[in-house]
Design a protein. Sequence first.
Length: 53
Amino acid sequence: MRILVVEDDKRLAATIRRGLEAEGFSVDNALNGEDGVWLATENAYDAIVLDIM
């Protein structure tokens, strides 16, 4: 399962990534919404985890 994590806090993004990878998921990170949209349109993801504020 491939997951995209969109999170602007680098430490939190790394923590989420490590946790998901430890469970066997493939994870890509985007540090802002613009990069997240680009990755989401260029790749196929099973889930997207994002920070909305």
